[in-house]
Every structure is written in structure tokens, then in C-alpha cells.
Design a protein around this ligand. Structure first.
Ligand code: PLP
Length: 370
């Protein structure tokens, strides 16, 4: 569906790390990769490269002061890595449904949830929206509500490097943002992530906590609980090479999406997450909705037929409020995420798909939805 796709220059940076013996969770590639990301994101962004996106969300919550027993509002429709760090801290996730335009956090339901939590005596400590499959969430609306209630926003941009709203990059649209460079993402460091903020002190604090919170002293001295969350200089070398091809990867993913759209648009019961005016999606994964009431086949018909042909596809993320591990937590919704989960499918989307690969996928789609 989405496999690593090297550009060619990655190995040079990794070789340099070997030649200079920078085989550590710090070094010139880490600094260089952070600098590349800062230039790309703009907005005065500062970046701390980390071992994973999950580590970034964990640190982001720590830096926002989330503690045991606090409530954090989290998009329900997402990968578990968005919500798990809330539980690492002993905090309580409060899940909010998606809206049907972007499939991301509904600003209306966000405000309903905030009002109700405050009425119940607990003001949420943070808001955690996600840009699913690269489609930007309605960040202007979410940030406006967050400002009104004075609640900070932690943006999960793990799937959205290269996406933007009115030219402003996802990953730089909140108080703190998080990126992922896992193997399946639009660019990869094999495993890795980053924490981003325009507040330089926040990013300095993130680097401090990510290297075991060592105080300045000749001996090992600690006055805070730390983590081992820094990115390795080898992985950062892969990241520096991948930054050279990020624009190509976004263009290719968007081209693949465009081909699915051309093939399927106008067919009965098939719909897409369309870009709102000013929105630009990296189309990390190409996704479709198949309405069982009007389409000529169901989502499962298509998924299973693709599987028979050894072609990977997958239902959309199963919402967190439906997950056994999270189902006892508060949830504010109107059924949108359930419908997306029931009818949605992620199609093969990797930037290294060949024309022949695409033709094979199209043939199966035509045979099922013909
Ligand atoms: C991949 C992903 C993460 C986690 O990133 P890792 O680098 O794999 O830890 C978090 N949130 C979302 C939405 C993701 O897709």
C-alpha cells in the first residue's frame, strides 16, 4: 500500500556518518535534518528530531503539562499512536468525531465536547487533531475554538508532511506539531519522528527531555524524568536524502490519487475526501468511500477481491471510541466516523508503484465495481 521509496542520496549521508563515526543519537545529520525541516515548514518553526512520531506526541503532551487524571480531547478517527501517549501519562482521552468534508476532527463537536467537559467540572488540557491520509483538518476553526477556551493544540501531522492550508504547511499549524518518518509515511528515516514548534524554548525543552533530561553538570544529574527519544544520526542521514525528493513524492502520490479519481468519479456510490478551497493534501494514501446502498459492490467485496490478487488494501482507521482498549472513555459524535470505517478503503498508494501495478489494481476495481 505504501512502502519505503529511496531517492538515491540517502546512502551518502549514512556513509558520511560511518566515515566520521557519528553513530549516535546526535551528530551533523540530526542537525542537518532538523534544519531542512525548519526551512521546509517555515512559520519560524523549530524542530527536534526524535525516534518516532509516537515519542513526539508523548513529549508534546508532557510539554503541555498533561498529568495523570487530566483530560485530553483527541480525534477518534485515527491510528492508535495518536491516543496511546495520553494513556502513557495516566491522562484521560475524550474522543471527538470527524466531519464529512476532511474526515478529521469536527470543529462543531469539538466545541460541544469542550463545553460539556467544562460543565462537568474539568477543562481539557489539550486538543489533538489529526490530518488523516494527508488531508488537512479544519485547523483555522479548531485553533479559533482552542483560543477562545484557552486550550493548547497539539497537531498530529504524522501523515501530512507536504500538505498545507492556504500555503501554510501542516506540521506548523498549532502550538506544538508532530511528524512521523516511519517506513510507510510519505518520506521515511526507517523509523523516526519530530516535534515542531514556533516557540524555540519548547523545542529546546523537547531535546532536553528526549536525552534523559540531563542537567548541566560534569556528572549525571537529573531534576526531571527524562526519555531516550532522540533520532539516531544514521536515521537522520536517510531523512536528509529523503528531503531532496519530498516534492517528487507528493507530486507522485497526488498523481496516483488523480488516476483513481479519474477512474472512479461519477460511478454510483463512490466518493472521495475532496480538498476544500485553499486546502492541499499530500494524498499520502488514496482513499475511497463505497456506499453499500447505491454502489454495485461493497467495500469488503473490493478489499477481498484485491486480496485474492495479492494486492494490499485496508479499511480506514477503526475509530478509537470503538477500540476495546478505549471504549470506556467519553465520546462526542454523530456517527460520521462509524460510517467512514464501515465504507472506506485505502488503496495502493506508494510513490514507487509502476504503471503496470496501477493497471493491475484498476483491472480488479473495474471487475468489482464495473
Ligand atoms: C504513523 C502515525 C503516528 C505514529 O508515528 P510513528 O513514527 O510510527 O510512531 C501517529 N499518528 C498517526 C496519525 C500516524 O499515522
Amino acid at each position: 500500500m505504501s512502502s519505503p521509496h529511496m531517492g538515491g542520496t540517502e546512502q551518502q549521508f549514512v556513509n558520511e556518518a560511518f566515515a566520521t563515526n557519528w553513530i549516535a543519537p546526535l551528530g551533523p545529520n540530526v542537525n542537518g535534518f532538523e534544519h531542512d525541516l525548519e526551512l521546509f515548514l517555515g512559520e519560524g518553526s523549530h524542530v527536534a528530531a526524535l525516534s518516532s512520531g509516537t515519542a513526539g506526541i508523548h513529549l508534546g503532551l508532557v510539554l503541555l503539562g498533561v498529568k495523570a487524571g487530566d483530560e485530553v480531547i483527541c480525534q477518534s478517527m485515527t491510528f492508535s499512536a495518536t491516543a496511546n501517549p495520553i494513556s502513557y501519562l495516566g491522562a484521560i482521552p475524550v474522543f471527538v468525531d470527524s466531519e464529512p468534508d476532511t474526515w478529521n476532527m469536527s470543529p462543531e463537536l469539538l466545541e460541544v465536547a469542550i463545553k460539556d467537559r467544562i460543565a462537568k467540572g474539568k477543562k481539557p488540557k489539550a486538543i489533538l487533531p489529526v490530518h488523516l491520509y494527508g488531508m488537512p483538518a479544519k485547523m483555522d476553526e479548531i485553533n479559533a475554538i482552542a483560543r477562545r477556551y484557552e486550550i493548547p493544540v497539539l497537531e498530529d501531522a504524522a501523515e501530512a508532511l507536504g500538505s498545507s492550508i492556504n500555503g501554510r504547511r501542516c506540521g506548523a499549524l498549532a502550538d506544538i506539531s508532530v511528524l512521523s518518518f516511519n517506513g510507510n509515511k510519505i518520506i521515511t528515516t526507517s523509523g523516526g519522528g519530530a516535534l515542531v514548534s514556533a516557540n524555540e524554548q519548547v523545542v529546546k525543552d523537547a531535546r532536553f527531555l528526549a536525552t534523559q533530561a540531563r542537567d548541566e553538570a560534569p556528572h549525571y544529574q537529573h531534576s526531571k524524568i527524562g526519555y531516550n527519544y532522540r533520532m539516531s544520526n544514521l536515521c537522520a542521514g536517510v531523512g536528509r536524502g529523503q528531503m531532496h525528493v519530498l516534492a517528487d513524492r507528493v507530486a507522485k502520490r497526488r498523481e496516483i490519487y488523480g488516476r483513481y479519481h479519474t477512474l472512479l468519479a461519477g460511478r454510483k456510490g463512490i466518493s472521495f475526501a475532496n480538498e476544500l478551497p485553499g486546502y492541499f493534501s499530500n494524498r499520502w494514501l488514496s482513499t475511497i468511500l463505497i456506499d453499500p446502498a447505491t454502489a454495485s459492490a461493497t467495500r469488503e467485496d473490493l478489499r477481498l477481491t484485491l486480496e485474492q490478487e495479492n494486492i494490499e488494501s485496508r479499511p480506514l482507521w477503526k475509530p478509537m471510541h470503538l477500540q476495546p482498549v478505549f471504549e470506556s472513555y467519553p465520546y462526542y459524535g454523530d456517527g460520521t466516523a462509524e460510517r467512514l470505517f464501515a465504507n472506506g478503503l485505502c488503496l495502493p498508494s506508494g510513490s514507487n508503484l509502476t504503471d503496470e501495478d496501477m493497471e493491475r489494481v484498476f483491472a480488479v476495481i473495474n471487475s468489482v465495481l464495473g
